[in-house]
Design a protein around this ligand. Sequence first.
Ligand SMILES: NC(=O)c1ccc[n+]([C@@H]2O[C@H](COP(=O)([O-])OP(=O)(O)OC[C@H]3O[C@@H](n4cnc5c(N)ncnc54)[C@H](OP(=O)(O)O)[C@@H]3O)[C@@H](O)[C@H]2O)c1
Length: 241
Amino acid sequence: MNKMVIVSGATKGLGLAISKKLVESKYIVVGVSRTNSEEYSELTSNHPNSVFFQTFDFSNTDKISTLVKNIVKSHGRPYALINNAALGHDGVLATMHEKDIHELIKVNVEAPILLAKYASRSMLLNRVGRIVNVGSIIGSTGFNGLSVYGATKSALGGFTKSLSRELGRANITVNTLAPGYMETNMTKGLQGDKLKSITRRSPLGRLANVDDAAQATLFLLSDGASSITGSTITVDAGSTA
Ligand SMILES: NC(=O)c1ccc[n+]([C@@H]2O[C@H](COP(=O)([O-])OP(=O)(O)OC[C@H]3O[C@@H](n4cnc5c(N)ncnc54)[C@H](OP(=O)(O)O)[C@@H]3O)[C@@H](O)[C@H]2O)c1
C-alpha cells in the first residue's frame, strides 16, 4: 500500500514542489493550507486517488488535534509529516506589531509542534515514521529584519533534536531541512542588490531552488535515510559554507 504523507503549506512554493515529487514517487499526499492554489488543484485533478487537499489555518492551534484525527479517519495513518507551512513576516523588532509576533510564533512553532504531537501517535502505533521540520539557514545565521522569524526557525531546530531522541526507539526519524534563499511567494520582496549579494555569497554562484530542497526532503523519507535522525540537512548552494 502507498505511504501517506501530510504536507503543511502544500499549495505553493516549497510545499508544492515537495508534493509534486512525492506523487512522482508514489506517495499519497494530504496537503493542508488556508487556500488552495491553481497548481495544487491541478495536481489533485491529475491524481484524484493520491493527492488530497484540506483547508486549515494553522493559527487555529486548538483545532489541530481534530484536523489530524479527521485526516487519519479519511486517509489512514501517516507515514510522514512535512512541517513546511510558515509565515515570513519581516520587520524591525522595535516597531513590529505584537499581533505579527504572536502569529509568527503560533504558525511557525506551535502549529508544527502540535502537528508532530498528533501525527506521531499514528507513527508510534505503526512503529515507523518520518518527520521533517522545515527550518531555515536564518535560524543559525541571522538576517537583518528577521529576528522573530529566525527565532521560530531555530526553535524548530531544537525541537527536532529532542524529539528525535524521544521517537527513535519506535523507528521514527525527525530531521530539519534548512533551505537557503529560494524564490517563492515568501521572498518576493527581496530583489535587486540584496538578492545579488545573497547570490554572491554562494560558492556555486547561484541560489538553491524549491526543487533542490524538495529532493532532499524526499531523500529523508527514503529507506536510504533510515539512519539519519536529529540532523539538519542544509540546501543553500553553499551560502553558509
Ligand atoms: N523561500 C525561502 O527562501 C525559504 C528559505 C528558507 C526556509 N524557507 C521555509 O520553507 C517553507 C516554505 O516556504 P515558501 O517559501 O514555500 O513559502 P510560501 O511560498 O509563502 O508558501 C507557504 C505555504 O504555507 C501555507 N501557509 C502559510 N500560513 C499558513 C497558515 N496560517 N495556515 C495554513 N497554511 C499556511 C501557504 O498557503 P496559504 O497562504 O494558502 O495558507 C503556503 O502553501 C517555510 O517553512 C519557510 O520558512 C523558505
